[in-house]
Design a protein around this ligand. Structure first.
Ligand SMILES: Cc1cc2nc3c(=O)[nH]c(=O)nc-3n(C[C@H](O)[C@H](O)[C@H](O)COP(=O)(O)OP(=O)(O)OC[C@H]3O[C@@H](n4cnc5c(N)ncnc54)[C@H](O)[C@@H]3O)c2cc1C
Length: 393
């Protein structure tokens, strides 16, 4: 078989890449090892509306399950902060339905999908690359886009590198019913016994929701503890085990014939493990760049290259900031919650913080002179209160 580009992996980022390539007139073949697109579903499917729109995916009731307007954060010692944007800011989707929707969009533009077969080898020869599958299919292509996800088998074999393995954290996500929370918010729990990653609850409606707990150690025990303490009355409907990435992104060589994208390349926000929007935006830019190159317009790729660099820089900064925040003791995290809560910055965060460009938007808010003084005042008041309590009889 022949194609302009082969995409390995039919997860969200692989499908966004494939759809972009087909949209730009390239003959594209996507190979997915599972029998069906979208299964198994290992995602909470929460996306900010503003950045989801930038992916160019039409909004559809076929995959949107719920719409949310804010988030509620619980500190390790029980402080509660509510961010309310006052309007719908994010969608909760069924990832399985979204992936099927993307696959249809890809096929409608002339793309082909090979299911139930696994890419096992990439051979480079002269001006083309051969992609070999387990069932013996060989595709000659000009470029290979590797979106194999956490597996990293081809990345290791072909480029002899991977993401930071110790920064992948095992996670269990449950679909539960009979919660009693407001479905217009998502809920994040920073528990003392879960120092590596917050636990979350993302409502699908006023009955059902997705609950996730991640930990490198004793995951099942910690999940049970979390449910017992926070959601004692829910009924578990189904569950999935996977891993979320919390490390720094790989910087792919954009001129190579084999380009890793999505989770396999760590194109994920280290704060939340979310990789569909940022990974998808990087993939979209890379694939538009590939299309220009194959059409002989390499000199027009500068804008996309700069976009990729800037997205990777944002992910890198989030990863570095998270490494620092995760190293802080519980007491300090709790203090930070208190300072933010009492600095009257909550409404500004609600309105202006960007769920994806977290580093840039947070720094923009935190470095405004009037906000620096609010934060200083809140921290001084907090310290004074603590000192007074200490000396009080
Ligand atoms: C519990 C959980 C909750 C999450 N919630 C969110 C969220 O709310 N928002 C968000 O943005 N992100 C979320 N994420 C992250 C998100 O799911 C990933 O970033 C996203 O799925 C990455 O897409 P991908 O295409 O790179 O990889 P994947 O979706 O993992 O897809 C990789 C695909 O490649 C296939 N494959 C692997 N090797 C081969 C091969 N050799 N040949 C053929 N096929 C192959 C696999 O079968 C798989 O289908 C969550 C992750 C987890 C685990």
């Amino acid at each position: 078989m022949k194609a302009d580009v082969v995409v390995v992996g039919g997860g969200a980022v692989g499908l966004i890449a494939a759809k972009t390539l087909a949209e730009n007139g390239l003959e594209t073949i996507l190979v997915e090892e599972h029998e069906e697109i979208g299964k198994p579903e290992h995602c909470a499917g929460l996306f900010s509306i503003i950045n989801f729109r930038r992916l160019g995916i039409p909004f559809s009731e076929r995959y949107i399950e719920n719409k949310v307007r804010g988030a509620v954060f619980y500190s390790p010692r029980g402080r509660r902060i509510e961010l309310d944007a006052g309007r719908t800011v994010a969608i909760v989707t069924s990832r399985s339905s979204l992936d099927c929707f993307l696959a249809e969009e890809f096929e409608r533009r002339g793309g082909s999908i090979i299911l139930n077969d696994k890419v096992i080898e990439i051979c480079f020869s002269g001006n083309h690359t051969e992609v070999k599958t387990r069932k013996g299919i060989v595709v000659k292509a000009k470029k290979v886009v590797n979106a194999e996800g956490v597996a990293s088998f081809l990345l290791r074999k072909t480029l002899k590198k991977t993401t930071e393995r110790r920064m992948w954290i095992p996670i269990i996500q449950l679909w539960v019913r009979d919660h009693s929370l407001d479905p217009e918010y998502v809920y994040l729990y920073f528990e003392e016994y879960l120092p590596e990653f917050f636990a979350y609850f993302i409502p699908v409606n006023d009955e059902v929701g997705k609950l996730g707990v991640a930990s490198r150690t004793k995951l099942k025990t910690k999940l049970d503890k979390f449910i017992k303490e926070r959601f004692p009355d829910v009924q578990v409907m189904r569950s999935v085990s996977h891993a979320v990435y919390t490390g720094r992104p790989l910087k792919p060589d954009l001129d190579s014939t084999f380009i890793p994208i999505g989770d396999v390349a760590g194109h994920v926000k280290a704060s939340t493990g979310g990789g569909v929007i940022m990974g998808g935006l990087i993939a979209k830019n890379i694939c538009e760049m590939i299309a220009l190159e194959i059409m002989g317009e390499s000199e027009s790729t500068g804008y996309r290259r700069r976009n990729v660099e800037s997205l990777l820089r944002e992910l890198d900064r989030i990863a570095i900031a998270m490494k620092f925040l995760r190293s802080l003791p519980t007491k300090t995290i709790d203090k930070l919650f208190k300072i933010i809560d009492e600095s009257s910055l909550v409404s500004e965060f609600s309105q202006k913080a960007d769920m994806d460009f977290q580093f840039t938007s947070f720094i923009k808010i935190l470095t405004k002179p009037q906000n620096i003084s609010k934060l200083l005042l809140a921290s001084i008041t907090g310290s004074l209160e603590t000192s007074l309590l200490k000396v009080a009889p």
